[in-house]
Design a protein around this ligand. Sequence first.
Ligand code: SIN
Length: 483
Amino acid sequence: MNASPPRYPNAALIGGQWVTGPDTFPVIDPATGAEVGRVPDLGAAETKTAIDAAEAALPAWSKKTAKERAQILKRWFDLVTADTEHLAQLMTAEQGKPLAEARGEVAYGASFIEWFAEEGKRAYGRTIPTTAAGKRYITIKQPIGVVAAIAPWNFPIAMITRKVAPALAAGCTVVVKPAEDTPLCAIAIAKLALDAGVPPGVFNVITTANAPAVGKVLCEDSRVRKLSFTGSTEVGKALYRQCASNVKKLTLELGGNAPLLVFDDANLEQAVAGAMASKYRNAGQTCVCANRILVQSGIYDRFAEALAAEVKKLKVGPGRDAGVVIGPLINADAAKKVDGLVRDAVGKGAKVIVGGSPAAAGPLFYQPSVVTGVTPDMTIVHEEIFGPVAALIRFETDEEAIRIANDTPFGLAAYLFSQNLGRAWSVAEALDAGMVGVNEGLFSNETVPFGGVKESGLGREGAAEGLDEYLETKFICLGGIAS
Ligand code: SIN
């Protein structure tokens, strides 16, 4: 397969023009180490030019009606959907996820385009009952302006469309900086947007191997009125500080340390299925993957045994091979980190009951693993694993489970399994998390608000909340009205 089909250029996009070189950097297939393409290594100057282009395109795009923008977005959705197979192949080549999962991500990514095309038509203001005769109060919603979007590598299409589709639907223009590991999907998505009729300058893509230099310009240029970032809490905090200089509006989707609670009264089969879905999706490389699996004493051994039996069935290998469900990790640092966390836990008394080592498929593959007897002194409890390792912690009471679950600076996702509705409700309320799955390990979709509390971030993506992130509310006071 040609990993970068000819219809998608290996180029950045500025003002509707494809920009190549002069410097480039390689995009590597994590399954094989082979180069799948080279893209331009752009810097501060090109980023400024992209902001110029986005600023120039803003008046015309923002003045289009929501319905006109929706028609273009729907064409974009159709083109993405029609090219699912190529996009999925491209994603597997640069990111590593199994083809079936990549196809699922193309559909997930496209769903944001379709949904926000419609939701853009519902950017309603309000009329507010007056407090004074002769005055009337109205609010209107207006596009915030030029938007910067910094996207991660773990969902190379969906995390871009989850930002760009609402921004475009709201009437904003965007400069996207895709992750260095996965720029090819971003370029493909942008090309399809152009083909659908998104005007030049409305959607710009800056590829770079120097993220800090590009990020600094995106944060510090006061013409950019909004930054949406998905990535680590460490980088998110640095961007937050840089955006303070011009009080830019921010959406930050940062790290997680999701607890998954299994109570004695859980349906065992449901709890195991939920843990499998949450933990092993994308080889454990999602911000909402269960990071700490807290299991009550009465069900602990049965749960561990049933989970281990399922994990043993997971086939590891290159994402393009039939039947594979666990692909490679994204790079050598990630593989080293996962193994280090397992070694640390084992050194402190945890027991590996499945896996526990790098896999034979290649240097970036890790065996799907289950580790029991995990305790708070182990690093695996405090750091985001971002790999296919389930860490099981034993608890006795509801209070203890909630205390352990909330004992983290993060608060993105949480999960709980119980057949007792009252317990499920009160624990869901008590968990410090932006999203809670009750008897469910997979909940992300375009219609619901995705985001975290505490150091997991600011704002929400998807749903009506996701459109609001790209809008300003303007209050208009109409005076001189005859009463
Ligand atoms: C993420 O890992 O940041 C996104 C996961 C999702 O959309 O479910």
